[in-house]
Design a protein around this ligand. Structure first.
Ligand SMILES: C[S@@+](CC[C@H](N)C(=O)[O-])C[C@H]1O[C@@H](n2cnc3c(N)ncnc32)[C@H](O)[C@@H]1O
Length: 242
């Protein structure tokens, strides 16, 4: 049996290790600098409205409401909220960041995983959506080919892929130019967040934007396009698996 001092000591040690564990847990959930900029770039409601408009424009109204849909690279899950508000009920999300997934409060099942190796069975999903994730892949075109192969594997034969990624249209060039002006950054939180995100993802972002033909070629090797458009700095693609 321990003495009074021993038990006080062990209580203090437990307290110290509790607070150590707590601070470790806290640190694990603290967004990194890119994530912090992404979180302040748009409010959740702004992002949800943007996603609802985009989903409607790209044909989501025609999907059955019980379609099994996965939002890949789902981040804080506002794409899932948008899908739920449009009436879809069988939703899942995948993202690499436990810190961003922890911000999602909806009912979809979210999994922390790398989209280059999807945690789903072959031919098990109807729709796979990516909104601004592919340009984060570190090695192109290899990682894109691997991610698309995984998406092709997981989609049912009559399934659909939808992705929206940055594209160097004149609008994007203009936004980059403006967001890098110091006074604009000081006056606009949104522009500063955009410029900060761009700085932190500069390698993958530049790699993505500088090889547009190759990105399109890889997409076409895996999917037959049913819709493709380039507008407002985005590549919008809807396709069927080959
Ligand atoms: C621009 S965010 C997009 C988030 C979400 N689609 C949205 O628009 O709100 C990019 C996301 O990709 C995630 N990500 C980057 N590489 C990934 C990978 N290999 N597998 C899964 N997620 C990844 C990041 O954690 C981040 O949440």
């Amino acid at each position: 049996m321990g003495t009074f001092d021993d038990s006080r000591m062990s209580a203090a040690q437990t307290q110290m290790s509790d607070s150590h564990n707590e601070s470790e847990a806290q640190a694990a959930l603290t967004p990194n600098p890119w994530e912090a900029a992404y979180l302040r770039f748009e409010t959740p409601e702004e992002e949800i409205r943007k996603f609802i408009g985009r989903l409607n424009r790209l044909g989501a109204r025609q999907w059955p409401s019980d379609a099994e849909i996965v939002e890949l690279f789902c981040g804080r899950g506002n794409g899932l909220v948008a899908l739920q508000r449009l009436g879809f009920t069988r939703l899942e999300g995948v993202d690499l960041s436990p810190r961003l997934i922890a911000q999602y409060k909806g009912s979809a099942k979210c999994t922390i995983a790398d989209c280059r190796k999807l945690p789903f069975d072959d031919r098990s999903k109807d729709v796979l959506i990516v909104q601004g994730g592919l340009h984060h892949l570190p090695n192109l075109p290899g990682d894109l080919d691997q991610t698309f192969s995984e998406m092709q594997r997981v989609l049912r034969k009559d399934g659909l892929v939808m992705f929206v990624e940055p594209w160097r249209t004149p609008f994007l060039t203009f936004v980059h130019f403006v967001s890098e002006i110091p006074i604009v950054r000081r006056l606009s939180n949104k522009m500063d967040a955009f410029a900060t995100m761009s700085e932190h993802e500069i390698r993958t972002y530049t790699q993505w934007l500088s090889q547009p033909e190759l990105m399109q070629k890889v997409a076409r090797e895996h999917f037959v396009p049913v819709h493709e458009s380039f507008a407002w700095g985005k590549w919008n693609f809807v396709g069927k698996p080959r």
